[in-house]
Design a protein around this ligand. Structure first.
Ligand code: ASP
Length: 317
């Protein structure tokens, strides 16, 4: 059996057992399983890791359960600003977009930046103009809205008023789960790739950019080490360069993937008060999925095996 594998996440956060009703939990598990299956199918047919992670993240963006694409959270101004990144471990080429509001699938725009621009990261209007010129359709931002996210925003705003009175420096609601999505894969040719996409954090200031579109922070892939996609308090993942730190610990300190991923989440992120997790795969097909929050939506699919889906801590995968 080939060592090719895909792992995905749908965000980490306050996901304790019993918080989701059984119907909702089943929906999340099914959605994750469907995406993992699609990734497995592509890898089995010889698709590149880059194509598999791009498609997995596109599918997660299309699913309103997650905070990326359709179902993205609201900014403090009641708008949606989406970020995404995709990185090819074979070439270390990377493409990203940040603060976009009119691109249905930011990961596809990121992929166009990777393939068809001399740049790494395009933002806002410029990113949208580029995406349109590349043939991606411009959409009305209303397509990202869902009643659940609206409700979440209302709650965050209500809490914010009180909270800001106490600490005007704390701009983000940490109460909500982080529904960012991501995928990492190893293909049959031995290449690694990673992709991450998000609506950001609920009630964020307009213009705020998190870790997700930043190579080395929320997304990283190199064939000489690992592929990583992160989710959590973006500011802390930026300050620790979390995704690259996993790669560096593997490449320079020869830690195992598991040790490196654990150290970054349980020590570096936790020490700075960050919350969240990451998914990572190395060239041998080892997979690590650590998180320091109560749960993380996650799934892994080795070729020929049943997708392993988990949400809570202590579940196998
Ligand atoms: N890391 C993302 C951000 O800070 C949020 C998330 O993971 O849900 O934008």
């Amino acid at each position: 059996m080939s060592k090719a594998v895909i792992a995905i996440h749908g965000g980490a956060g306050a996901l304790s057992r019993g918080r989701l009703n059984p119907d909702a939990e089943q929906k999340y598990r099914q959605a994750l399983s469907d995406v993992v299956s699609q990734g497995q199918k592509m890898l089995a047919q010889g698709a590149s890791a880059l194509d598999a992670v791009t498609e997995a993240v596109r599918l997660l963006e299309e699913c309103p359960l997650f905070n990326a694409g359709i179902g993205s959270v609201y900014t403090r101004a009641g708008t949606h600003e989406l970020d995404a990144c995709v990185m090819d471990g074979a070439t270390r080429k990377v493409g990203a977009v940040a603060g976009v509001s009119h691109i249905r699938n930011p990961v596809l725009a990121a992929r166009k930046v990777l393939e068809n621009s001399p740049h790494v990261l395009l933002i806002a209007d410029g990113a949208e103009a580029f995406a349109e010129a590349q043939g991606l359709k411009r959409v009305d931002p209303a397509c990202f809205s869902t009643p659940e996210r609206y409700q979440q925003w209302q709650e965050a705003r209500a809490g914010q008023q009180v909270w800001l009175d106490n600490d005007a420096r704390a701009p983000l609601s940490e109460k909500n789960k982080f529904g960012t999505v991501g995928a990492v894969a190893l293909d049959s040719a031995g290449n690694l790739a990673a992709a991450t996409s998000t609506g950001g954090m609920t009630n964020k200031l307009p213009g705020r950019v998190g870790d997700s579109p930043l190579p080395g922070a929320g997304c990283y892939a190199s064939n000489s080490s690992v592929a990583v996609s992160c989710t959590g308090t973006g500011e802390v993942f930026i300050r620790t360069l979390a995704a690259y730190d996993v790669a560096a610990l593997v490449e320079y300190r020869q830690l195992s993937l598991q040790q490196a991923a654990q150290q970054v989440i349980m020590k570096k992120i936790s020490d700075l008060g960050g919350s969240g997790g990451l998914i990572a795969v190395d060239r041998k097909g080892n997979v690590a999925l650590p998180f320091n929050s109560e749960g993380m939506y996650r799934g892994v699919g080795f070729l020929g095996a049943v997708p392993q889906i988990a949400i809570y801590s202590g579940e196998d995968n």
